[in-house]
Design a protein around this ligand. Structure first.
Ligand code: DTP
Ligand code: MG
Ligand code: ZN
Length: 640
């Protein structure tokens, strides 16, 4: 008996500790949100400070954190073409690398490096950092030493360089003796048989022979530049710390006259400070390409899971706002690509599907037609991505949410590369969350990343840019949104809704289902809550008067806040998702506990789902299917 009493006491204390822990988690979530807001504000203030300092160049009041080594005017000089090496850079850009023009910051970076400045270049992935040392290497005497963390990265680069006839070689642990010998000899050859020499940091740290050959090359003025790729690997605070990068300080100590160029897509300012110390460079110029694409307008539209109103909405956008303009509609699956393309065709829009399983000849035909503006719209899976560099894409519409904010940034970022305004619209549908879940379920932290994307879409009161910025850490250059997102444009247009009672109803429903040994999929949960489930549920629970879209929004909110969670089971063919009680659900037992959700004030359900849909009498929605007949004659002709 005594044992049972003791067990009860322990259980009671355990429950109480659990509740306290839950509360702390809640507070942490709130603090993280506050932190994100303050970081965004800090960036805005730093920007203002920098502008104020630029307006008064003689002022010495730059703060230590914001202090640019050069002011804006000085910096802009390096965008110019009046440097002695410019003609050579331009000639090789076109003739050797077969590129038509520099991307933003590339010329500035090259001019700075050719002027022997030490430089840190922070640019989003895929923007073309490598060219910033490859092209100067070709235009300089001697060779450029490139430190790369992975042999596979080296191999890719060498293969690419060979394809454009630029001599490049690599040295790593698996290089043969003979190969090493040739490379070592080449380093001091005045005829410079290689323009780029790739080595791993381990080689620098361990090979005395290499260092002594580099010393000789340096004395003969043949070591023209040192590029440290993925430079954030130097710092323990970075996410990919590599111990051998810590020893790279030897390069600048031994070869002080050689300009060093550190490249990364992901370093925060504190990581860069650390890298500066480790690499022994003093006050390098830091160029940060903004992750903020100021010409892109970001918008989220609510999508009803039950009908294809979103397709009508997309069609009417393409037919009006984007008439005769080039764009991409991203969809979830191959089947969706075919379906959405054919639905658009029925609405008189010439749209081609594109997905991975298409015949390569068809794929390249679609790509070609689109690139040459013969077809304006491609309805594609994310397979339509690599090598897409069309400048005048005016819209990227996501018919289904991306699997993470990073992915969304990349995919939507194919809009507006020419710098002119372009729109990025994502349609956010409840059931899509769980379709995408099946895709990321096996990925490490895939589910968390997806929930961040969901959070981005559910949000109605914070700048969409600031939500993306959090993912790119402090590197984000907060240039302000300028009302280029729907939440900034409707900044006053939201209210806070108390959803505590709704939350209790949903929890009660799940508890009831659990007691009957039933698992509820997200869709079944909404159905049951709306009184459309089996009769046995209806009798026992409080059904909701909320509309379907509101009910879905509440459930998403509870999922995001941890009152609910997803659970899944695998079958050989598919993954099933169920809704379960989340870690915070016990908090609802406390009568004082409150849960709230922000909603657009002026947008009723029927408007939120776009122009193709109206609310019919009796609350049931109907869809206008204007033009939604068979594929029109005109489109049919164009498709042939
Ligand atoms: N000026 C340019 N015009 C057109 N394409 C360019 C230009 N400069 C580079 N590219 C292309 C070449 C590559 O296919 C692609 C990505 O370049 P790359 O240098 O590998 O990116 P990166 O190093 O910035 O990305 P990561 O961070 O992923 O390593 O961009
Ligand atoms: Mg790179
Ligand atoms: Zn905004």
């Amino acid at each position: 008996m005594e044992g049972a009493g003791r067990a009860n006491d322990v259980q009671a204390e355990l429950d109480s500790v659990d509740s306290e822990l839950e509360l702390i988690e809640l507070q942490i979530a709130e603090l993280l949100q506050k932190q994100a807001e303050l970081t965004s504000r800090k960036n805005a203030l730093l920007q203002q400070l920098e502008e104020a300092c630029d307006a008064a160049p003689s002022s010495s009041s730059h703060s230590a954190t914001a202090a640019p080594v050069m002011n804006k005017q000085e910096m802009q000089r390096y965008d110019g073409t009046d440097f002695p090496w410019y003609k050579e850079l331009e000639r090789h850009l076109k003739d050797t690398f077969h590129l038509s023009k520099f991307r933003p910051l590339q010329l500035r970076a090259m001019n700075l490096s050719m002027s022997s400045k030490d430089l840190f270049l922070v640019m989003p992935t895929g923007r073309g950092k490598s060219l910033c040392y490859q092209l100067p290497a070709v235009c300089s005497k001697g060779f450029t030493l490139v430190i790369t963390p992975l042999v596979s990265l080296m191999e890719d680069q060498i293969m690419y360089l060979n394809s454009v006839n630029v001599p490049g070689v690599m040295l790593n642990a698996s290089s043969s003796k003979e190969h090493s010998k040739t490379v070592m000899a080449g380093l001091t050859d005045v005829k410079a048989p290689f323009k780029l020499v790739y080595v791993t940091p381990e080689k620098i740290a361990k090979s005395k022979l290499l260092m002594s050959r580099l010393e000789k090359a340096y004395n003969a003025n043949l070591l023209s530049r040192i590029a440290v790729d993925e430079v954030h690997c130097c710092s323990q605070w970075g996410h990919d710390f590599r111990p051998d990068y810590k020893l790279l300080g030897i390069l600048k100590r031994q070869f002080p006259r050689v300009p060093l160029l550190g490249l990364t897509a992901t370093a925060t300012s504190s990581v860069l400070k650390d890298c500066e110390k480790i690499l022994c460079v003093s006050k390098p110029v830091t160029l940060t390409a903004s992750f903020n694409r100021t010409n892109l307008y970001y918008e989220v539209r609510i999508k009803d899971s039950n009908n294809n109103a979103s397709i009508s909405d997309i069609a009417s956008l393409i037919d009006s706002r984007y008439k005769n303009q080039s764009g991409i509609v991203y969809v979830f699956s191959q089947k969706d690509a075919e379906f959405v393309a054919s639905e658009l065709q029925k609405r008189d829009i010439l749209a081609y599907p594109y997905h991975a399983t298409m015949d390569p000849v068809d794929k390249s035909r679609v790509h070609h037609k689109w690139a040459s503006n013969k077809v304006k719209v491609v309805v594609a899976t994310v397979a339509f991505g690599m090598g897409i560099d069309k400048p005048d894409v005016r819209f990227v519409i996501h018919h289904t949410i991306s699997k993470s904010i990073e992915n969304y940034y990349q995919e939507s970022g194919r809009a507006g590369r020419d710098g002119h305004p372009a729109d990025c619209i994502v349609y956010f549908g409840f059931s899509d969350i769980f379709r995408v879940s099946t895709m990321v379920v096996m990925e490490n932290v895939g589910q968390q990343k997806l929930l961040k994307m969901v959070d981005y879409c559910q949000n109605v009161d914070r700048c969409r840019r600031s939500l993306m910025a959090v993912h790119f850490d402090e590197v984000w250059d907060d240039e302000g949104c300028n009302q280029m997102c729907d939440t900034c444009r409707h900044s006053e247009d939201h209210t806070s809704m108390d959803i505590t009672q709704h939350a209790r109803e949903v929890v009660q429903l799940l508890e009831l289902a659990a007691s009957m040994n039933e698992k509820l999929t997200p869709l079944k949960l909404v159905d049951a809550w709306m009184g459309r489930g089996p009769a046995k549920h209806r009798r026992l629970i409080q059904t909701t008067a909320l509309s379907r879209l509101q009910a879905e929004a509440v459930i998403v909110q509870l999922l995001l806040q941890g009152y609910l969670r997803e659970d899944f089971s695998f079958t050989p063919y598919t993954t099933h998702f169920y809704m379960k009680l989340g870690a915070k659900s016990p908090l609802l037992k406390n009568q004082n506990h409150k849960v709230s959700m922000k909603r657009r004030a002026s947008v009723s359900d029927s408007v939120a789902v776009g122009s193709g849909q109206t609310k019919a009498k009796g609350g049931k929605r109907s869809v206008h299917r204007a033009g939604a007949g068979p594929v029109s004659k005109k489109v049919k002709e164009d498709l042939l």
